[in-house]
Design a protein around this ligand. Structure first.
Ligand code: TXA
Ligand code: MG
Length: 512
């Protein structure tokens, strides 16, 4: 079969593409389409033969039910026997979005779509292309993730092509998926709602809305004969790259990951490491030394520990890259199990076939004393208090160079005081806060040896450390809430300079 490939632009030219996609669905064909979570492989959800085709194209066992995708809440009622009150609340709060709900199914939903279950999974995606496509089809779209069974889910049209070119009628390219992990699945058919698969919408947010919410036991641990997941699909070997993946967790993780990986390289195995950007330089330095000996160790950065959304977005692409490079053995750091972290670790544990190594605690290194110099003007005073508290909680020493109240004052005085402390080596780094962060950075940059960066997002915080070795962070209290500001502070303080030769050279040119 020749697969039609169309790129969506978001403009009026897409209309014809959606029309064609809709026709294909009504004629019983299959179309892969983008959603905010991962790409879906869509067919007519009310047609038994379309569902059978989906299973065949994916090479998926047909007892694994499909999710029905709708574009409007009015399309829900005909598919289900009842809409529980909890479902109404969840739908109001999170639809359209990355959430799937399980209902008792109505008779118009074929058994082939639900793998013989008397329940049905329904989701209303928020991606505009997904919505336009579902509307054009005019029927609920049954769609599993658009990957071959057992492989990582697809987060770009190129991934879909890799797995399904020639097996389906059409692929719609809407760019990379924003979230990168599949939707949160919540079962509402019992007394207490149960999370069957964790996703971007985490347990805390659900509990705020519904009260008690349970977690299917297999979300955290390996399914067994006695402990079967309630979502049938969660029992299969999933997301599995060809490489043998081992997750390392516990205090001495970086040292253990490095030692194991170097051992594997020396045994002649094609070896990779999956890690955070905070610990990556440790491994990259080792990889550089191995290269000098003619050996190769691949280091895959998943993203900052403080930005799990980046890790989520990159994870499946990373797992696919392992295969593309023919990596045989992989050592992966574990990531924190916060709201989104739980979804990340759930997928990573499956990819690893639940192979987990507890790291021995690293030898107590003498913790270097980290002193942070901090200053603000009247506009930054309130935010500075929050940051000081946060740094104290982190166990960092601080020196506050003022100002000390919200009375109007001149920012250059405080900017220069902090900059001088950093330039003299009294403090490791500086933090400055005013209305926008700009005035402070202009003033601080006048002091020799200072590289003050005005930052208002997490990506820039990471990049300015890696590329510019920025030593003073400037932020605007008028443009940042405390939540984001503290995240930026953490990333700035924890991201090491890359040490790349080109960056070293450019920084030297600044000082010239
Ligand atoms: O984000 C997503 O949900 C993506 C996009 C395309 O929407 N879809 C997706 O579909 O991940 P799939 O088929 O790869 O995963 C669906 C999961 C499977 O684990 C399946 O067992 C479970 O949902 N599921 C479907 N219907 C169910 C039901 N009636 N009861 C329990 N679990 C169900
Ligand atoms: Mg899937």
């Amino acid at each position: 079969m020749e697969t039609i490939f169309r790129t969506l632009t978001g403009g009026p030219g897409d209309e014809e593409t959606y029309c064609l996609a809709g026709e294909i669905i009504r004629a019983g064909g299959l179309v892969a389409f983008p959603t905010e979570t991962v790409y879906g492989l869509g067919g007519n959800g009310l047609s038994a033969s379309s569902s059978a085709k989906i299973y065949a194209a994916k090479g998926r066992p047909s007892d694994n039910p499909l999710i029905l995708h709708i574009a409007d809440i009015a399309e829900l009622e005909p598919l289900v026997q009842e809409i529980p009150a909890a479902a109404k609340r969840l739908a109001d709060a999170f639809w359209p979005g990355p959430m799937t709900l399980i209902f008792r199914k109505s008779s118009i939903v074929p058994d082939e779509t639900t793998g013989g279950l008397d329940t049905v999974a329904v989701r209303m995606p928020s991606h505009p292309a997904a919505q336009a496509f579902i509307r054009a089809a005019g029927v609920p779209i049954a769609a599993p993730s658009a990957n071959l069974s057992g492989r990582p889910s697809t987060t770009t049209a190129a991934h879909v092509r890799e797995d399904l070119d020639g097996r389906i009628d059409m692929i719609l390219d809407g760019g990379p998926s924003d979230i990168g992990l599949e939707s949160t699945i919540i079962d509402l058919t019992g007394d207490v709602p149960v999370i069957l698969r964790p996703g971007f919408i985490g347990r805390e947010r659900l509990e705020k809305l519904l009260g008690e919410v349970d977690l299917d036991k297999t979300v955290l641990t390996k399914p067994t004969e006695d402990l079967r997941p309630k979502a049938p699909g969660m029992k299969y070997r999933h997301y599995a790259p060809k490489a043998e993946v081992t997750i390392v967790e516990g205090e001495g993780t970086p040292e253990t990951v490095l030692a194991e990986a170097v051992r594997a390289v020396k045994e002649g195995k094609k070896t990779g490491i999956i890690c955070s950007s905070e610990t990556a330089p440790l491994y990259e330095e080792a990889a550089e030394k191995l290269r000098e000996e003619g050996l190769s160790l691949r280091v895959f950065r998943a993203g900052s520990r403080h930005a799990p959304e980046t890790v989520a977005r990159r994870l499946f692409d990373l797992l696919r890259q392992l295969d593309a490079e023919g990596i045989e053995t992989v050592w992966s750091e574990a990531f924190d199990e916060g709201e989104l972290g739980m979804a990340i670790m759930n997928r990573l544990r499956k990819a690893a076939g639940y192979r987990i190594l507890q790291a021995a605690p690293a030898e107590q290194k003498k913790e270097e004393k980290r002193m942070i110099a901090i200053g603000c003007d009247h506009g930054g005073y309130a935010l500075k208090q929050e940051i000081l508290q946060h740094l104290a909680k982190r166990g960092l020493e601080t020196k506050d160079f003022g100002c000390y109240s919200e009375a109007s004052c001149d920012y250059p005085v405080y900017a220069k005081a902090v900059a001088k402390a950093v330039a003299a080596g009294e403090a490791e780094k500086g933090i400055l806060i005013c209305g926008t962060g700009i005035g402070m950075s202009l003033a601080a940059n006048k002091v020799r040896g200072i590289r003050a960066a005005a930052v208002s997002d997490c990506f820039t915080a990471e990049a300015t450390r890696q590329h510019n070795d920025a030593n003073v962070l400037c932020m605007g209290a008028r443009t940042l809430g405390p939540g984001l500001a503290l995240k930026i502070v953490d990333i700035f303080l924890d991201t090491p300079f890359s040490g790349d030769e080109r960056h070293v050279r450019r920084i030297a040119q600044i000082e010239d």
